[in-house]
Design a binder for this molecule. Sequence first.
Ligand code: GDP
Ligand code: IMO
Ligand code: MG
Length: 422
Amino acid sequence: MAVRVVVGAQWGDEAKGKVVDLLSQNSRYVVRYAGGSNAGHTVCTNGKTYKFHLIPSGILHPHVTAVIADGVVVDLRALKAEMEALAEQGVEFSRLRVGLGAHLTLPYHRQLDELNEARLEGRIGTTRRGIGPTYADKAARIGLRVADLLDPERFAMLLHRVLEVRNRVLTRVYNAPPIDEAALRDEFLAHAEWLRPIVADVPAMLMDAVARGEPILLEGAQGTLLDLDYGTYPYVTSSHPVSAGACLGTGIAPNQLTEIWGVAKAYTTRVGEGPFPTELNNEIGDYIRNRGREYGTTTGRARRVGWLDLVALRYSARLNGFTALAVTLLDVLSGLPTLKVCTAYRYRGELREQFLADGFALAECEPIYTELPGWDADLSACRRRADLPRNAQAYLDFIEDYVQTPIKLISVGPNREQTILD
Ligand code: GDP
Ligand code: IMO
Ligand code: MG
């Protein structure tokens, strides 16, 4: 039975939420494997728009168990707020599970993220959700996990130990006020009470599901080019959005993955700092930003917009082992007479067809474009690939040919039904 992974192929916000919701129809488990509340995944259906940050985008399907796996970093304040907001929209959480091994994002992680981002030089442009500091503590082996929270004595002891160090850093390095240990401890031990019934041994649960042959969907957050190792370092997130990260984050073995879906916009966007060779700082960029409503789901920031970078997309396909591509927001490009796609870079005077993941080297790359004819028609009512204007079909054929991966899903609007699946 299928264990499918959905991975962002670019710099995030590729419409993974929409694709996950669609593929959830044939899944028993939908599992977030990395990242935290920095993610913002949107699902539009039945006239409603749902925004997910920590909760898997498959939760809307009553047959799905939605799992926040051990590779995710969990901010319980954010999770509670998200559950409350979604409950008002009628979402039900009896099938939500959170991994015992997931690390907790605590208020001092957010504070440190904000203090780091307040610098003028060397900013990453993070979402300020405490992601980097949480994963840093995890790697330094001073993080607190969901399992710790379920044992009040252990939690109090570990929190005391870490705050001794953290408070010294906050007060002496940043001239910030110290964290009130007792208040933090009591607040989080109170969170433990609503969390306890939904906590699960996720690797054990998923290994059993795999053994029973139940269909599982692993939901990526962020995007390949934001991967800590393979993205445009240092302008990356602190986790592993790539398909290999799905195994690390869930405990499912690599040989169990049966399909790896890459989700890519028909153009490119990026939020935050960092190199972006095909960026459009002109009226074409504004046209795409307005039509695609390119403003962040989590932070509301205007997204940077550019042409489709096929060099980056092919890198992404090879790194993740995509077995299928989902091309999204194709409708946004309608009305542009000519479309450009980047098929090579010029780097220090030489032509280069390989991506450069080094954030500083990529900043020196100049895009070499292939021009393709655009189309005018509104695509949002197309339901078969053959219904698309000839130039839109040729655009997709060009992508498929360059990236050497079949396009199995095309999205022509935000709603669930505005999709071509053939
Ligand atoms: P994610 O983080 O990858 O899940 O993507 P986001 O939800 O942050 O951003 C994608 C945005 O595009 C959301 O506002 C979606 O509702 C919207 N969207 C998804 N697919 C399409 C599409 O095919 N066309 C248009 N115009 N909008 C889309
Ligand atoms: P989804 O899942 C787009 C970006 C931030 C910043 C960098 C590091 O919705 O696609 P972080 O807060 O993670 O330390 O920020 O990563 N970033 C995202 N960009 N979509 C996301 O998530 C992102 N999550 C983080 O803008 O450049
Ligand atoms: Mg998003």
